[in-house]
Design a protein around this ligand. Sequence first.
Ligand SMILES: NC(=O)c1ccc[n+]([C@@H]2O[C@H](COP(=O)([O-])OP(=O)(O)OC[C@H]3O[C@@H](n4cnc5c(N)ncnc54)[C@H](O)[C@@H]3O)[C@@H](O)[C@H]2O)c1
Length: 390
Amino acid sequence: MQNLNVGLIGGGFMGKAHSLAYAAMPMFFWPAPAMPVRKTIAEATDQLAAEAARRFGFEQSTSDWRSVVEDPEIDVVDIATPNHLHAEIAIAAAKAGKHIISEKPLARTSQEAKAMYEAVKEAGVVHAVAFNYRRTPAVALAKKYIEEGAIGRILNFRGTYLQDWSADPNSPLSWRFQKSIAGSGALGDIATHVIDMARYLVGDFSQVNSILSTWIPERPLQAGGADALGTVRGSDGPRGDVDVDDEVMTMIRFSNGAVGSIEATRNAYGRNNFITFEIHGSEGSIVFNYERRDELQVCFASDQGDRRGFRTIYTGPVHPYGAALWPIPALGIGYGETKIIEAHDFFTAIAEGGTVSPNFADGYQIALIDDAIVQSAESDAWVDVQPAEL
Ligand SMILES: NC(=O)c1ccc[n+]([C@@H]2O[C@H](COP(=O)([O-])OP(=O)(O)OC[C@H]3O[C@@H](n4cnc5c(N)ncnc54)[C@H](O)[C@@H]3O)[C@@H](O)[C@H]2O)c1
């Protein structure tokens, strides 16, 4: 079993999640596809980097991400920075021959995503985008049922991602509200996860018709420091403009004839990580809610009429990824497990010389869907999704 040296860029929320996954992956998946070695972590300053190395168990630290990408000892570059750095780091890492996992959204724009895709394709390295929610065992179980035909032909996909961490108008103008850094708001930040699940479970998008709304057009300027996703308390200091969306709603026509809708907002008081989907098929329905992520609700048309209704399946050892996780259903799958599974699938592709989904090609196609969503919101009309020929 080979060791693979990881260079992690960014030691914030995702730096924590990915470090945990590298430490824990072999504890769950044994024998592991390869042993992740937490070699070097890069942060914005030397002090932040040294602190992150100590906390997250890395051997070395630096404030210069280029030195990580150029280090011949590094096998894997993990991009966990704000979105504006994804393209530059990924293209440099691909040129240096590193395998790459990038956080989502792949990039700020479809042009950046295309350049990233072309760079990894040219380099022949393994590439992945961290849409980890599709790796929740209950979501993978929904995929299995759909592939087995258990709910027949899919008619409708209704997805949401609702949060409330930005509902307070006095919460700060973090990088997530700045187009130059984030690229977009709720669209790229959270709707992309549901778009990824819709593509995974239903298929390609052909048309969208969308509304984008910005409810809070100004927010207090941040004094400095890292974004903390709503844990930074409000301020009544000078304000700056929000130039991204707070909320996106889109209707969808899928290439296979199914229809659907996705809603995403970070301003829904009372909602926390409300990622849901309800899928209706010609032979049954499936319902998932990430806030109850051990559970999948199913109803099959073949159920006897006088007892037909949703029933709840608790994922466990007999379900996707379950043998590697916990021995009893409903012990509790968490966010950490989705990242551990993601690390397992990525390292498996590297060890076996294969590919993994979702990858930069998927990230690029999702960026093109995002373009169509923006165009349809601007034109108030249905817009064709223009998928790339890859
Ligand atoms: N998959 C998911 O569920 C999920 C969840 C949250 C965030 N994300 C994505 O992960 C990425 C990071 O988000 P986050 O929530 O961790 O943000 P964050 O603000 O918590 O962390 C980003 C870190 O990057 C560091 N950084 C900034 N410039 C740097 C540089 N030049 N070199 C090295 N480090 C630098 C910052 O100091 C900060 O610690 C984003 O692309 C975001 O969209 C994904």
